[in-house]
Design a protein around this ligand. Structure first.
Ligand code: GCU
Length: 661
């Protein structure tokens, strides 16, 4: 069907060394030169629908775009799709004679339909004869920027914060519009602008004006703005003596603050809060609970339709309990005590964005509380922007995990109300620090829209939209991407090892660090290697973290034999000569994993080298250079890790293993 309308050609800048430099700025929004006739909803074309028209005209210049002449948005209109089919944000794309007709129940729904159509045309996807009716599975699809007001980005590896607070509100960098486009094109509908380690200054009047200016740019793209709320703000910028959530003056201060924000930004989304975590202030400073704190803020935004996203990333050095158990211990007793407009935001794993960890047991343990899954798009523990690691498989593993909370098939994806992704966006020309890091931004949006989507299909779309539609090249690049996360696990933290990264920066290996003064930040605490054994005993006879999971997982993970090998050393302390499933010893298997990780990066380099000439020169060259860095650093991880384990276990390198170079 699509063929009749002519496929779009994705224009490649610089192919064969011609044309200008391609720096990755345009992300996956490159479709241009195709054609399709499209009809958009009508009435009075809004700013949002005008954007939709302009996007279609730019991406499909050989077709025509028009607004329908008859009413197609009003209730009762024959064209209006049904609420249950498209909800508030979905769309219907139908075939009408030679062209497409996009209908929706909201303007932003039509805009999403527009980007969806552009994607279909530019990836060569055949449109079903009876059209396409889609809506997001989740209502909250949010980016969390960890951006400080001085423009330093916490765990950011792609330049400075794109928010130029100094020039706001008077100068609106066109980049804000490009950012909004990119987000809308993948369905992201909210962005929290500021670091979770929050600075209260953003809540002062001059900054509220700046935030309002950004909200004005994002609004036509269906994106709401959220802010982090520093819990001690009433003291720091309000002149109060306390921030106790049960103090009437404190509650009144937050209520007035919320009113002030909503007066400037009527569709403000709400607050994101990190409290009593890693030194941040919070309700426990006053002997109150997380629920007391969250509910007080929730009451302030509730009259305006706002929400509070209260993070469950809590652990304390003073607490003797295994760090990965602490969030559950603190939050599960509060289930049912949170106000309706509070969501508890839970990182995918119980530790901290490791290359692999089991899903957080909180997803199966707070049935009365709306939850958000927090994922990290920026690769704090996965080699920063330089290492190619496509995170679709990591996130999908967490989202499709079965908590067994209500029997079999209790998937994390079904449990959460939305996804929050810690952004990897900065002022680098390519936005994300490397070409392939863009794929993680893209995949996050696509999974927030549909958490059960196949990461491989998402990668395929991204490659087609970003690089090329040459089928063989697409296959090769997608193949690289799909193996890249496991490669990182293999050369950094195989077999369930975790948190072995250099302290503070989290880049590069440091399993030998054993004396930081804080066990919970010390690599040794997580692997506990001795001459005889390695791993963290989280079974019933150890820290008993297994008991935070439902059956049958608790029993399965309590036994070495029934624990998946990729989580072995997360749950168990295992002798070096323990026999693993393939018959080799744990030591042999560990070394084989490191070797495999390095070999996989070598293979990625070779695959990429074979694509020279099929990808524009600049993006080809940068990626080739980054893969060379990744190979060097994969060897560093392997060789340093193996040398350290040998210094502890005294074992020789297994036969057949590559000797460290
Ligand atoms: C990690 C990260 C911190 C961040 C914290 C959080 O620990 O290293 O930089 O502040 O997560 O999620 O709050």
């Amino acid at each position: 069907v699509l063929g009749a309308l002519g496929a779009v050609t994705v224009l490649l800048f610089g192919v064969g060394g011609s044309a200008g430099a391609e720096d990755g700025y345009r992300l996956w929004l490159r479709a241009e030169g195709g054609g399709a006739d499209v009809t958009l909803p009508c009435d009075e074309p809004s700013e949002t629908l005008t954007i939709a028209r302009d996007e279609l005209s730019a991406a499909l210049p050989h077709g025509t775009v028009r607004f329908a002449t008859s009413s197609c948005r009003g209730e009762g209109s024959p064209r209006l799709p049904r609420q249950r089919d498209v909800g508030e944000e979905g769309y219907r794309i139908a075939m009408d004679g030679e062209g497409y007709v996009i209908t929706a129940r909201s303007d932003v729904g039509a805009l999403y339909g527009t980007y969806r159509l552009i994607r279909a045309v530019s990836t060569g996807e055949a449109m079903p004869e009876d059209g396409l009716t889609e809506q997001p599975a989740k209502r909250l699809r949010l980016l969390n920027h960890w951006d400080n007001l001085d423009r330093h980005v916490e765990r950011g590896y792609s330049g400075e914060s794109i928010w130029n607070w100094h020039l706001l509100p008077d100068y609106l960098d066109p980049r804000y519009t490009d950012y909004a486009r990119a987000n809308a094109s993948i369905g992201i509908n909210g962005v929290s602008l500021t670091n979770v380690n929050a600075d209260a200054t953003v809540l002062t009047p001059p900054f509220i004006e700046k935030v309002a200016a950004l909200a004005g740019v994002f609004r036509p793209y269906g994106i709401k703005v959220y802010l982090t709320a520093r819990f001690s703000a009433p003291i720091e910028i309000g002149g109060l003596e306390t921030a106790d959530p049960l103090d009437g003056e404190v509650a009144a201060w937050w209520k007035a603050k919320a009113d002030e924000i909503y007066a400037a930004i009527p569709d403000f989304g709400g607050f994101l809060v990190k409290a009593n975590s890693e030194g941040q202030p919070g309700p426990q400073d006053y002997g109150r609970t997380h629920a007391d704190g969250a509910n007080m803020l929730a009451r302030a935004v509730e009259p305006h339709g706002g929400i509070v996203m209260w993070r469950a990333f809590v652990y304390s050095a003073e607490e003797p309990e295994d760090r990965v158990k602490q969030a559950y211990t603190e939050f599960v007793p509060l289930d049912g005590k949170f106000a309706d407009n509070v969501l508890v935001q839970v990182k995918n794993g119980p530790l901290d964005f490791q290359p692999r960890e089991p899903f957080s047991p909180l997803f199966g343990a707070m049935p009365k509380t709306p939850l958000l899954a927090e994922l990290q798009i920026t690769k704090e523990y996965l080699g920063f922007a330089t290492h190619l690691s496509y995170l679709g498989p990591l996130w999908s593993e967490a989202l499709t995990a079965d908590t067994h909370a209500r029997g079999k098939d209790s998937l994390v994806a079904d449990r959460v109300d939305g996804l929050a992704g810690v952004a990897n966006i900065g002022t680098d020309r390519n936005w994300s620090g490397s070409q392939f890091a863009q794929a993680n931004w893209y995949a996050f949006g696509r999974l927030a829209w549909d958490p059960k989507a196949e990461p491989e299909a998402i990668a395929r779309d991204w490659v087609r939209q970003t690089f090329t539609d040459d089928a063989e090249a697409v296959d090769r690049i997608v193949g690289m991407m799909m193996r890249s996360r496991e490669a990182v696990v293999d050369y950094m933290t195989p077999l369930g090892l975790t948190h072995l990264m250099g302290t503070g920066h989290h880049y590069g290996p440091a399993p030998w660090v054993d004396d930081l003064g804080r066990a919970d930040w010390t690599p040794y605490y997580y692997h506990r290697a001795t001459k005889d054994a390695v791993g963290f005993d989280r079974t019933e006879s150890g820290s008993d973290a297994v008991s935070q999971y439902h059956e049958p997982l608790a029993s399965q993970w309590n036994e070495v034999e029934t624990t998946p090998e990729e989580l072995l050393l997360w749950f168990h302390r295992v002798p070096w000569d323990h026999e693993v499933k393939d018959g080799s010893t744990l030591w042999q298997s560990l070394v084989a994993h490191y070797d495999r990780g390095v070999a996989e990066v070598q293979a990625m380099r070779e695959t990429w080298a074979g694509l020279e000439g099929k990808i524009d020169e600049d993006r080809y060259a940068q990626t080739a250079d980054f893969l060379a860095i990744q190979e060097k650093e994969a060897r560093w991880w392997r060789d340093a890790s193996i040398a350290y384990w040998q210094s502890v276990n005294g074992l020789d390198l297994p036969e057949g293993a590559r000797p460290p170079e």
